[in-house]
Design a protein around this ligand. Structure first.
Ligand code: ADP
Length: 868
C-alpha cells in the first residue's frame, strides 16, 4: 500500500494533538486544511474544496485560505464555537533538511479570542473553568484574556448556581476536568450553549504564584489552576497582563437568581436578548469601554453593605451637585482609550503605533482628570484621585518617540519621530539628501535635453527612472540612456548616475525601516513593564466613569437619593425607569408604595394591562438601583436593604432550561419559598395562571399563606383571582391594593393608578374588546357573563351554550364568584361538616412519621369516608 508523503505524515502527527480543532497548517503563503477538516471548513467558510496527492492511493481533500486573509476566517469559525490551531513553519524553509519544521503556535478558542467582531467594547469575554470537589461543591474561575481580569468563587453543589454564574457572565467556553460527570457537561452545553474544553492539570506554574498571593483558600487556587494551565497551553506565549485573581462570594452581594435577572431585564431584554430596553441600556451613560464593562458588573452584583452603598450614593450626589466638574470629567473620559484591552494586546505583542498614540492621548488626560476630581468635594473622589497614576515617564517616552499620525503597519516605517534616535536621523538625512539630489537631477536633465515634460519617478518594481513621452524620445542624446520599461505613450530610462544614487537611497530606506521596527519593538517592551500600572489606572477610570454615569442619568431623569430603613418601604411617586423612558415621561403615572410590619404583603388586583406587573417590576428595579448605588426613579424613597430578590413575572417561555411554562412557574415559586428570608423581596405575578382555575387558585392561596406565616418577606402578589382578596381578613399583614380603571361609554380606560382595596371588576371582556375581536363574539361573551353573574348569585350551575361548543364553564366560574368565595378557610361557612372533619384529619397527619404503606392506608380510609 502506498505511504503518505512526509509532509502529510507531519500533518497527521500534529493533528493528533488537536482532534477537536481545525488545524490551519501553514504551507508557504497559505494555511491549508486536509481530510475531514478540509471538508468541514469548506462548508463552514464557503471556500472551494480541492484535493492533493498525498502519496496514498486516493487524493486527500484539501482547502486553504491565504495567510494574509486568515484572520476573518478564523474569527468566523471561533464565533461559531469551534477552535482553530494555528500551525506555523518554525524554521526557514531554505535551511530545512527534508520537511520544514512546523509547530502549533496558538490555539484560538471561543473563550480566548483577542480580537474580532464578536468582541464588544462594553462587554467582557470571559472564559470559565469549573471544578467539582468531593466535598460536594463547585468552584468556578473566570478570566477575560482581553483585559487580564480573573475571578474565582466557590458555589454550593447545585448545578443551577453554576449555570447562573456562567450564563450571567456571557461565557462561551468552559474548561473542565476529563473526569467531570457527563450529565454536568451535557447541561452546560444545552443550557448555556458553551464549548467544552478539557484540562486536568491544576498546579500553578511558579511564575504565576504571585497572582494568587491573596487567595485564602487552597481550593480557590486549584480552581484557578485549571484555567491558567489551559490558557498557557493554548496561548503558548507571555501572559504578562494577567491581573491578580480576585475571589468573590455570592453572599457578599444581593442575590438575584438567573430567572429573576432575566425577568427583570437587567442587562438584556427577554424578547430580543439585546441590551436595548434593559436597565443596563437605560443607565449606560458611560464614556469609556472600561466603564461600560464595570457598569454591567455592578448591575449584576448589587451591594448589601450599607456603608458601601452610601459611599457610592454620596459620591453620586456630589457629582450631581457639581455639574461643571462632572461635565468636564465626561469630556476628559471621552478621550480615554480602552487601557485594559490595550494592556492585553501589549502582552500579546499585537499593538501598533496608532494604539500607542491612543495610549499617549489617554495618559495626557490623567493629570487633568486628577485636577478635576480634586475639586470634587467628597472623600471617595479624593481617594480615587490619590490612586491615579499617569505613568509620566511612559507618557514622555511616547510623546518623544511616536509620530502623531503613524500608519497602521509597523513594518513600513513612518512611526518614529525625528530627533529620537541618532542613527535613524542619519539614515533619514541620507535618504532626504538623495531625494533633493534627484530633484536637482530632474532639473538638470530637462535643461540638457530641452524636454520640459521629462520627469524622474519611482515605483517599487522598477525603482527610479527617467520618463520621456514618446513624442520627445528623438531629443535624447544617444548611448547614455538605458531603456527600462515601455509604456503606451512613454519610455522609462535609467542612467549610471541615477542607478548609483538609487542604490544609496534605497539602502538608506531599507535601514530606516528596519531600525524603526526595532525601535518600535523596544518601546513595546517598555510599555509591557507598565502593564499592571495601566491596569490599576483603568480600574480607577472605570469607577469614576460609572459614578459620573449614575450622576448623569439620575439628574437627567429626575431620580432621587434613597435612604435605608430596617425593613419598611416608603416610596412616593415611584416610576418604572425603563417604561418611563420609552413612553413619554408625562404620560407615566407615578405610584406610591408603602410596606411595613402590618403591610408586609400586598395583593394586587386590577384588569389585565392595567399596570400590575409594571408596578411590581418598578419596585424591584428601584431597590436594585438603590443597592447598586444609583439614585432611584421616585420623588422620595426609603427602602430596606434586601438580601435577595425573587420574581415570578410574566409567562415567558424558558428556552434556557427547556421547561414548560407552568413547571417554570412552580420552580421559580419554589426557589423563592425555599430561599427567601424576611429581608427578601418577592414578586409573584399571577401565580397559578398556568393551570386550571381551581388548581391555580388553590396554589396561589397556599403560597400566600406560606409566605405570610413562615417567611415574612416583603411580597407583592398580583392576581386575577378576585376570590383571594378576602384573605386580608385572615392574614394580618396582607393588604389589598388595586390598579384602577374606569368604564367610559362602555369602554375600559386604564388609569394606571394604584389604590387601596380590591378591584371591583376584572374588565376582561373590555380588554378583549380592545384587541378588536369580532363584535358578535364580544356581544356573546357579555351575554354569557351576565347569565353567569346572575347564576352565581343564585348559586346555580354556570351558563352553558346549548350547542356542543360548550364554554369551559368550570374554568370561568371562579372569575365571577366574588360574592360567594369558595376559599378553603377553617371557619368558612359553606363547607359541609363532614368535609371539615376530613380536612382536619388530613391536617393532623404527621407525614414524616408515616411509612408509605401507612399513607396509602390513610388515603384509602379518607376516600371511603368521602364516597357517598
Ligand atoms: P398588567 O400586569 O396589569 O397586565 P402591565 O404592567 O403589563 O399590565 O402594563 C401594561 C401596559 O400599561 C404597560 O406596557 C405600559 O405601557 C402601561 N403602563 C403600566 N403602568 C403604567 C403607568 N404607571 N403609567 C403609564 N402607563 C403604564
Amino acid at each position: 500500500m502506498a505511504e503518505y508523503t512526509p509532509m502529510i505524515k507531519q500533518y497527521l502527527t500534529i493533528k493528533a494533538d488537536y482532534p477537536d480543532a481545525f488545524l490551519f497548517f501553514r504551507l508557504g503563503d497559505f494555511y491549508e486544511m486536509f481530510f475531514e477538516d478540509a471538508i468541514n471548513a469548506s462548508g463552514e467558510l464557503e471556500i472551494t474544496l480541492t484535493s492533493r496527492d498525498g502519496g496514498s492511493e486516493d487524493r486527500i481533500p484539501m482547502c486553504g485560505v491565504p495567510h494574509h486573509a486568515a484572520r476573518g476566517y478564523i474569527e468566523q469559525l471561533v464565533e461559531r464555537g469551534y477552535k482553530v490551531a494555528i500551525c506555523e513553519q518554525t524554521e526557514d524553509p531554505k535551511q530545512a533538511k527534508g520537511v520544514v519544521r512546523r509547530e502549533v503556535v496558538q490555539l484560538i478558542t471561543p473563550g480566548t479570542m483577542m480580537e474580532g467582531k464578536g468582541l464588544q467594547d462594553k462587554e467582557n469575554n470571559f472564559l470559565a473553568a469549573l471544578t467539582y470537589f468531593e466535598n460536594k461543591s463547585f468552584g468556578i474561575a473566570f478570566n477575560d484574556l482581553t483585559t487580564g481580569e480573573s475571578l474565582v468563587t466557590l458555589l454550593g453543589n447545585h448545578i443551577d448556581e453554576v449555570i447562573s454564574e456562567i450564563y450571567l457572565n456571557g461565557v462561551k467556553e468552559v474548561v473542565v476536568a476529563s473526569t467531570l460527570d457527563e450529565s454536568v457537561k451535557k447541561k452546560l452545553i444545552e443550557r448555556c450553549n458553551v464549548t467544552i474544553s478539557i484540562e486536568d492539570e491544576t498546579t500553578i506554574p511558579a511564575n504565576f504564584q504571585k497572582l494568587m498571593e491573596h487567595l485564602e483558600q487552597d481550593s480557590l487556587v486549584v480552581i484557578f489552576g485549571r484555567l491558567l494551565n489551559y490558557l498557557q497551553k493554548t496561548q503558548k506565549r507571555s501572559l504578562d497582563h494577567l491581573q491578580p485573581v480576585q475571589s468573590y462570594n455570592v453572599n457578599q452581594f444581593m442575590k438575584i437568581d438567573l430567572h429573576s435577572k432575566r425577568n427583570l431585564e437587567l442587562t438584556e431584554t427577554i424578547r430580543s436578548k439585546g441590551k436595548k430596553g434593559s436597565l443596563l441600556w437605560l443607565l449606560d451613560s458611560t464614556m469609556t469601554a472600561m466603564g461600560g464593562r464595570l457598569l454591567k458588573q455592578w448591575i449584576d452584583r448589587p451591594l448589601i453593605n450599607k456603608n458601601e452603598i452610601n459611599n457610592r450614593l454620596d459620591m453620586v450626589e456630589t457629582l450631581i451637585n457639581q455639574f461643571f466638574e462632572r461635565q468636564e470629567l465626561r469630556e476628559l473620559l471621552k478621550e480615554v482609550y480602552d487601557l485594559e484591552r490595550l494592556a492585553g494586546r501589549v502582552a500579546f505583542g499585537n499593538v501598533n503605533a496608532r494604539d500607542l498614540i491612543q495610549l499617549k492621548k489617554s495618559l495626557l488626560q490623567v493629570p487633568i482628570i486628577q485636577k478635576v476630581i480634586l475639586g470634587i468635594e467628597h472623600q471617595y473622589a479624593a481617594s480615587l484621585s490619590n490612586k491615579l497614576d499617569g505613568c509620566d515617564s511612559l507618557m514622555t517616552l511616547l510623546e518623544q518617540a511616536i509620530e502623531e499620525n503613524p500608519p497602521l503597519s509597523i513594518k513600513d516605517g513612518g512611526i518614529i519621530k525625528d530627533g529620537f534616535n541618532e542613527t535613524l536621523d542619519q539614515y533619514r538625512d541620507a535618504s532626504r539628501n538623495g531625494k533633493t539630489w534627484i530633484a536637482a537631477l530632474e532639473k538638470q536633465e530637462r535643461e540638457r535635453t530641452g524636454i520640459k515634460t521629462l520627469k524622474i519617478g519611482y515605483n517599487r518594481v522598477f525603482g527610479y527612472f527617467i520618463e520621456v513621452t514618446r513624442a520627445n524620445i528623438h531629443l535624447l542624446p544617444e548611448g547614455l540612456y538605458e531603456r527600462k520599461q515601455t509604456l503606451s505613450n512613454a519610455e522609462r530610462y535609467i542612467t549610471p548616475e541615477l542607478k548609483e544614487k538609487e542604490s544609496l537611497i534605497l539602502e538608506a530606506q531599507e535601514k530606516i525601516i528596519e531600525l524603526e521596527y526595532n525601535i518600535f519593538a523596544d518601546i513595546r517592551e517598555t510599555v509591557k513593564k507598565y502593564i499592571s500600572r495601566l491596569q490599576d489606572l483603568a480600574k480607577i477610570i472605570s469607577e469614576l466613569d460609572v459614578l459620573q454615569c449614575f450622576a448623569t442619568v439620575s439628574e437627567e431623569r429626575h431620580y432621587s437619593k434613597p435612604t435605608f430603613t430596617n425593613g419598611d418601604i416608603f416610596i412616593k411617586d415611584g416610576r418604572h425607569p425603563v417604561v418611563e423612558k420609552v413612553m413619554n415621561a408625562q404620560e407615566y403615572v407615578p405610584n406610591d408604595c408603602v410596606m411595613n410590619d402590618t403591610r408586609n404583603m400586598l395583593l394586587i388586583t386590577g384588569p389585565n394591562m392595567s399596570g400590575k406587573s409594571t408596578y411590581m417590576r418598578q419596585l424591584a428595579l428601584t431597590t436594585i438601583l438603590a443597592q447598586v448605588g444609583c439614585f432611584v426613579p421616585a420623588a422620595e424613597a426609603e427602602l430596606p436593604i434586601f438580601d435577595q430578590v425573587f420574581t415570578r413575572i410574566g409567562a415567558a417561555d424558558d428556552l434556557i432550561s427547556g421547561q414548560s411554562t407552568f413547571m417554570v412557574e412552580m420552580l421559580e415559586a419554589k426557589n423563592a419559598i425555599v430561599n427567601a428570608t424576611e429581608r427578601s423581596l418577592v414578586l409573584f405575578d399571577e401565580i397559578g395562571r398556568g393551570t386550571s382555575t381551581y388548581d391555580g387558585m388553590a396554589l396561589a392561596q397556599a403560597i400566600i399563606e406560606y409566605i405570610h406565616d413562615n417567611i415574612g418577606a416583603k411580597t407583592l402578589f398580583s392576581t386575577h383571582y378576585h376570590e383571594l382578596t378576602i384573605l386580608d381578613q385572615e392574614l394580618m399583614s396582607l393588604n389589598n391594593i388595586h390598579v384602577s380603571a374606569i368604564e367610559d361609554n362602555g369602554k375600559v380606560v386604564f388609569l394606571h393608578k394604584i389604590k387601596e382595596g380590591a378591584a371591583d371588576k376584572s374588565y376582561g371582556i373590555h380588554v378583549a374588546e380592545l384587541s378588536e375581536l369580532p363584535s358578535s363574539l364580544i356581544a356573546r361573551a357579555r351575554e354569557i357573563l351576565e347569565r353567569l353573574e346572575h347564576n352565581s348569585k343564585t348559586m346555580s350551575a354556570p351558563e352553558q351554550k346549548q350547542t356542543n361548543n360548550s364554554v369551559q364553564a368550570n374554568a370561568q366560574l371562579s372569575f365571577f364568584e366574588v360574592a360567594q368565595p369558595k376559599l378553603i378557610k377553617e371557619d368558612t361557612p359553606g363547607i359541609p361538616k363532614k368535609d371539615k372533619q376530613i380536612l382536619d384529619a388530613i391536617k393532623s397527619l404527621d407525614l414524616l412519621d408515616m411509612t408509605p404503606l401507612d399513607a396509602m392506608n390513610k388515603l384509602y380510609e379518607i376516600q371511603k369516608r368521602l364516597k357517598p
